[in-house]
Design a protein around this ligand. Structure first.
Ligand code: SF4
Ligand code: MG
Length: 313
């Protein structure tokens, strides 16, 4: 609720704060059990930062994070540790931060013994079961990361995220490094697991085809703001926000009849350390009104729970 994540910009030897990067600037949204909420936007729009705030990797500057009705914004220590089990992350490259000398079985089992859920032998057995769940073999537990392909590595990353029985998985560009044919295998696996474990996903990506494949609802971010949020069908068939319209018009469409004229945006995305007054998109919006230059549009909910922040509506 109303999440703001401002990172201070420091200067000089005394590290004086001279400004803030407004990575996330007042975003509210709900992720429901059993759904995949896709978050789409260009790099630097704040989508990864928002995912990390939700997982409490970053403490938000202001706003509230509510999990199952409980305010978890300021939980620390032991309480935070037990919350961490409920919310897990799947990264673009799950092995970038892991010890290449660890066997895959250890990688998957580690969260179980580190969190004192089960002892090591039992954790290993559980890891083998999890590897099977994600389409690998129990014997793969003995192998090292370099023996796996990119798609198989991501399966291991998913098994590790599942180890603690989470409620929510935040996936940040989880298939972006994979070949297209492998991407759909991983997306289908995630869908199957979601049903089996009644999970919720926040699926962060810059890729429209991926977000279309996996999402139930989609949120569109621009310059730290959530500019539109609606069911997938409504986003793709009836995008309302001028930025969403431009974003979708740039995506390749196979069906010629459905192809719309490409909306070309001029100028660059403004610097999040110095965002424009008024609507964050006004410097590039083809439909900008006078009011847009001074007043920031408040998100409004229209029919079909279609939420939009734009003065045109
Ligand atoms: Fe464009 Fe104004 Fe809507 Fe912003 S509020 S997207 S500038 S029309
Ligand atoms: Mg990112």
């Amino acid at each position: 609720k109303n999440i703001k994540m401002y990172f201070p910009i420091q200067s000089g030897l005394l590290k004086k704060v001279v400004g803030y990067v407004k990575a996330v600037d007042d975003v509210s949204l709900t992720i429901r059990t059993g759904e995949t909420l896709g978050i789409v936007g260009e790099s630097g729009c704040g989508k990864s930062t928002l995912g990390r705030v939700i997982l409490k990797i970053y403490d938000p500057t202001s706003g509230q994070i509510v999990l199952n009705g409980a305010d978890i914004t300021h939980k620390k220590g032991k309480q935070l540790k037990s919350l961490r089990k409920e919310c897990q992350m799947v990264f673009q490259d799950p092995f970038a931060s892991l010890n290449p000398k660890m066997r895959v079985g250890e990688i998957v089992a580690e969260p179980l013994w580190v969190n004192h859920i089960v002892a090591k032998p039992e954790a290993f057995q559980r890891a083998e079961e999890l590897l099977v769940k994600v389409g690998l073999r129990p014997s793969d537990a003995q192998k090292f990361p370099h023996e796996f392909s990119g798609g198989q590595k991501q399966r291991v990353g998913i098994a590790r995220a599942l180890a603690l029985n989470p409620r929510l998985i935040v996936a940040d560009e989880a298939v972006s490094a994979l070949d297209v044919s492998i991407q759909s295998q991983i997306l289908n696996l995630l869908n199957d697991l979601k049903k089996e474990y009644n999970l919720a996903y926040m699926f962060i990506t810059h890729n429209l085809a991926v977000v279309k494949h996996i999402s139930d609802r989609i949120g569109v971010m621009y310059l730290g703001n959530l500019v539109e949020l609606a069911d997938k069908k409504d986003i793709f068939e009836n995008p309302l926000h001028p930025y969403t319209q431009a974003l979708l018009s740039a995506a390749p469409v196979v069906d010629k009849k459905k192809r719309k004229a490409r909306i070309l945006l001029t100028g660059d995305v403004p610097n999040p350390a110095n965002p424009p007054a008024g609507c964050p998109f006004h410097t590039r919006c083809p439909q900008c009104l006078e009011i847009c230059k001074t007043e920031k549009p408040v998100p409004q909910v229209r029919s079909n729970h279609h939420q939009i922040a734009c003065h045109l509506y």
